[in-house]
Design a protein around this ligand. Structure first.
Ligand code: HXC
Length: 511
């Protein structure tokens, strides 16, 4: 064979592999690795690397049928911006990760880090390639190390589109965002068979580690959708909000549309009864540019909301208590969810808007025994540590430790605003008067009436935003309908925020 013949034969083999992949993957309701990259990237922009890399050792298989070693890697554009990606090909040795396969992934990770571009991993793999033994494990180790080295420098996104089992789950777990697709993707450390054998528990793959489980229960996945195409379009959407690296300015949209006419609605949105819930998402949608709220971790720990949005065209991160779910109390899951998001935004210079209506930390034996102290501290630590512009708006309750945690002034909040409906105090009226007015209540002939009077007095004298405003802990009590305009100005003022970090290796966050 002359050199041209070799070239042609290799191209033909590659095409045959793709045809074979189409047949196998489509039967399972899945796309092939190349089809997935086609959806992810702007038309015709994918530049493939290492297409002819072959397995270092693959018994029972010919080299020419395994070109690429089960993973397609390269670089493309998403909305015109450079992104590196790898897509595992389940039709080649089950997408299992052999040494060559692992080194291809490491190569794009290295290039992305060097060039300041995000990395998107499309995973569909049987895990470590059994035939390659320790070589395969070593390749995983290299990928994990790269994940950690890149953390906080370039965004890393994992998209699970098939199996992710055993130690293989830890690369996605080290990245910033995990996407899953319902019914066709699953993640677990040990599968249903081992669970049955060791614990005698019956469960199928979807019930153990499917998309719904990880998006709603474990919190491992940040996004879940019905099909692969939608999942990949969501990845494109996420990328439109975030910078490509920790030095790049935030992407700006020039198509700013707001709900001007709805701002007045904010003056009436807080119910008269302080115990009646309302939906914080309604407030967010009115405040930010129209249709730009992009919620992260939507199904998990719904008592706190986190997500990206645009305000006057610029990306912000939002952390908000949700009074509609568990009265917006902070529990273990909410604290961890909030802390993770705050740290991502801080690492990538995304300013934070905090919307606060929180009666406190969730009490109870279950929470205490599972470590609400240790986990609540994560959110406190994250806010205290974050040096990005931080603006808090207290819409209603801001009680006790939870007030402090939600980026209060003395934890380093740059601006703290409050609506006239804000209640800022050590605790709510019901608890406070029982402690402070214990004797008075015990001696009262009409306890209910005394309680009513004391409650009114407590609200007028203590649990309101004006005491905090008088000592500068609230910068201004604002009319709700002016909030959007004030936020735009306040973020503009903070856009040149300077900060000095003390010299140290890194802090010791209570993990
Ligand atoms: C080598 C593998 C493989 C693997 C699958 N294949 N997994 N080859 N190493 N890990 C091959 C199969 O032999 C088969 O080859 C082809 O891929 C398709 O696999 P099937 O089993 O036919 O597919 P399916 O029925 O869809 O089942 C998929 C699966 C199953 C659930 C993923 O293959 C499976 O359980 N694989 C092993 C999963 C696992 O335990 N991996 C190790 C995890 S521990 P042929 O030639 O027949 O087409 C791990 C450690 C990481 O990954 C450590 C990091 C620290």
């Amino acid at each position: 064979m002359n050199k041209n013949d070799i070239f042609e034969t290799r191209l033909k083999s590659l095409q045959e592999m793709e045809d074979n992949a189409v047949n196998k993957q489509h039967l399972k309701g899945k796309l092939t690795a190349r089809e997935r990259l086609h959806v992810l990237f702007d038309e015709g922009t994918f530049f493939e690397l290492d297409a002819f890399v072959s397995p270092v050792q693959a018994p029972n298989s010919s080299r020419t049928t395994n070109f690429g070693d089960g993973v397609v890697v390269g670089r493309g554009l998403v909305q015109g911006r450079s992104v590196f990606a790898y897509a595992q090909d389940f039709t080649v040795l089950g997408g299992s990760l052999g040494y060559a396969h692992g080194m291809k992934i490491a190569k794009v990770q290295d290039m992305a880090l060097k060039l300041g571009a995000p990395v998107v991993g499309l995973m569909d793999s049987g895990g470590a390639r059994i035939q390659e033994g320790v070589k395969s494990l070593a390749a995983y180790a290299r990928i994990f190390k790269n994940n950690v080295r890149s953390s906080g420098i370039v965004p890393q996104i994992s998209v699970i589109l098939g199996p992710a089992a055993g130690g293989a789950v830890y690369s996605p777990a080290l990245t910033d965002f995990i996407f899953m697709t319902k019914k066709t993707s699953y993640m677990f450390v040990t599968g249903p068979d081992v669970v049955k054998e060791v614990l005698n528990e019956d469960i199928d793959m979807d019930g153990l580690g499917g998309g719904d489980v990880h998006a709603n229960k474990s919190g491992v996945a940040h996004f879940v959708s019905d099909d692969e195409e939608h999942t990949l379009l969501l990845v494109r959407k996420l990328l439109s909000y975030i910078p490509s690296n920790n030095f790049e300015s935030l992407p700006v949209s020039h198509l700013v549309k707001s709900y001007e006419s709805r701002q007045k609605f904010l003056n009436k949105i807080i119910p008269d009864d302080p115990n009646r819930p309302y939906d914080m998402k309604d407030i967010i949608r009115i405040l930010v540019d129209r249709d730009t709220f992009f919620e992260v971790h939507e199904g998990f720990a719904q008592n706190i909301l986190v997500g990206f949005a645009r305000l006057n065209g610029k990306t912000i991160g939002i952390v908000a208590n949700q009074p509609k779910v568990m009265a917006g109390t902070l529990d273990i899951n909410a604290s961890v969810k909030g802390a993770r998001f705050v740290r991502f935004c801080d690492a990538f210079n995304i300013p934070l808007l905090i919307l606060e209506d929180v009666p406190g930390f969730l009490p109870g034996i279950e929470q205490e025994h599972n470590g609400i102290i240790r986990n609540g501290a994560k959110l406190l630590y994250a806010f205290c540590e974050a040096t990005v512009p931080k603006i808090t708006v207290i819409t209603r309750k801001a009680y006790g430790g939870a007030y402090i945690v939600m980026s209060s002034k003395n934890t380093g909040g740059d601006f703290n605003f409050a609506w006239p409906t804000a209640e800022i105090a050590v605790m709510g009226p019901a608890g406070a008067i029982k402690i402070v007015n214990k004797k008075e209540l015990a001696q009262s002939e009409n306890r209910a009436e005394t309680e009513r009077i004391l409650t009114e007095k407590y609200k007028a004298e203590i649990a309101n935003p004006y005491r905090a405003e008088e000592i500068g802990l609230v910068d201004e009590v604002i009319e709700p309908s002016r909030t959007r305009d004030i936020l735009i100005t306040a973020f503009e003022i903070l856009s040149n925020k300077q900060y000095a970090k003390p010299e140290r290796k890194h802090g010791s966050i209570p993990l």
